[in-house]
Design a binder for this molecule. Structure first.
Ligand code: PGA
Length: 255
């Protein structure tokens, strides 16, 4: 059975004080909930705060991006060697990095290779834009992003991918459960083609894009969906705890 994950992508939000407060609230709310992995991904300057506040709890910490080089003249970048030992997870290839910071399938692949080599667990993001979906290109885009992103990579068991249709992120316009389930099925099929059926069956594939406590059960109950990558609704402790609780309940009832 695949263990579902609820991961909070805090993006460029919180302060040192609100990061600590959010961590405390989440810790208190989710510690008794089992059967779900919980991850929070604060901004870089607050990773140590989150790590300290969550030490000894079931909540894991992730970063939001990573560079592929070990060190060097890359102003503003953070390397996989720096993150190793500080965080467990790292989001790679988020559509906002692709859209605003020049990430391409090739650089996403380099980040994934480096992160895995450093022992980090990537949350590898893929997803089509609205115009790609309208042009009937969703399958082609998802397969390409998966194929090029995972190029040369020996996909480990339990690897994490997030399907985030760009048109659903931060818009309040979530996909429907069946729509996300179908896209995630395509992603899993591409992983199976590249890495074999056994690995593909072990890969956790999350849905992301306007997930809230009101719609999380619809996604979590889909057979292909193994949790969520959540932006806005992860910035409030009660709402994040509700996402985790509902995901655990739905997962326990899954065949
Ligand atoms: P959202 O963001 O939940 O605010 O739509 C999701 C994401 O970008 O990971």
């Amino acid at each position: 059975m695949r263990i579902p994950i609820v991961a909070g992508n805090w993006k460029m939000n919180t302060t040192a004080a609100s990061c600590a407060e959010l961590c405390d609230g989440i810790r208190k709310g989710v510690d008794g909930i089992s059967g779900v992995e919980k991850v929070v991904c604060p901004p870089f300057p607050f990773l140590f705060i989150a790590r300290d506040r969550l030490k000894g709890s079931s909540v894991k910490v992730g970063a939001q991006n990573v560079h592929w080089a070990e060190r060097g003249a890359y102003t503003g970048a953070v390397s996989h060697m720096m993150l190793a030992g500080v965080v467990e997870y790292v989001i790679i290839g988020h559509s906002e990095r692709r859209a605003y910071h020049g990430d391409t399938d090739e650089t996403v692949n380099r980040r994934l290779v480096a992160a895995l080599a450093a022992g980090l667990k990537p949350i590898f993001c893929v997803g089509e834009t609205e115009s790609e979906r309208e042009a009937g290109r969703t399958e082609e885009v998802l397969r390409r992003q998966v194929r090029l992103g995972l190029k040369g990579i020996n996909v480990p068991e339990g690897f994490v991918i997030a399907y985030e249709p760009v048109w659903a992120i931060g818009t309040g316009k979530a996909a429907t459960g069946p729509m996300a389930n179908e896209a995630i099925g395509l992603i899993r099929a591409e992983v199976a083609r590249l890495s074999g059926a056994a690995v593909a069956q072990s890969v956790r594939i999350l849905y992301g894009g306007s997930v809230t406590p009101d719609n999380v059960a619809e996604f979590a109950s889909q057979p292909e969906i193994d949790g969520g990558l959540v932006g806005g609704a992860s910035l409030n402790a009660d709402s994040f705890v509700s996402l985790v609780r509902q995901t655990a309940e739905v997962a326990a009832a899954k065949p």
